[in-house]
Design a protein around this ligand. Structure first.
Ligand SMILES: O=C(CO)COP(=O)(O)O
Length: 135
């Protein structure tokens, strides 16, 4: 099963997202990736990751990813939120995090948790590949 991961970062967290995704780039390249507009743009141009880009967060991107998640199409969300800066689309942000809780989808909102989630998913994929007949 190929993990379907959403990647989202607020402006002051985008450098952290690029550094994080860079560390896991070999793994993320094998995943199905969705991102909000600006985050996705940087993941594509700076890391060459295959990302399906939604609208930018303030224009509904969080809600688009939330809708995918509600439909069972997202396995994990890496959402590096900026806790120090008010966001105009705070209700959308809360809706996405709430949808993760409602549907029991892993949601990492800081780098430390993101490492735990990504390393776990990476290990699970490695184990699944090793268990294939003939591997
Ligand atoms: O605002 C965001 C998440 O709430 C992120 O949107 P961008 O990736 O378009 O900056």
């Amino acid at each position: 099963m190929i993990p379907r991961i959403a990647l989202i970062a607020h402006d002051k967290k985008k450098d952290d997202m690029i550094a994080l995704a860079g560390e896991y780039a070999a793994f993320l390249r094998q995943c199905t990736l969705t991102a909000t507009g600006t985050t996705g743009g940087r993941l594509v141009t700076e890391l060459g990751l295959p990302v399906e880009r939604k609208h930018s967060g303030p224009f509904g991107g969080d809600l688009q990813i939330g809708a995918l998640l509600v439909e069972g199409q997202i396995d994990a969300v890496i959402f590096l939120r900026d806790p120090m800066t008010p966001q105009p689309h705070e209700p959308d942000i809360n809706a996405l995090v709430r949808a993760c809780d409602v549907h029991n989808v892993a949601c990492a909102t800081n780098v430390a948790t993101a490492h735990l989630v990504l390393s776990q998913l990476q290990d699970a994929m490695t184990a699944a590949l090793a268990a294939r007949p003939g591997a």
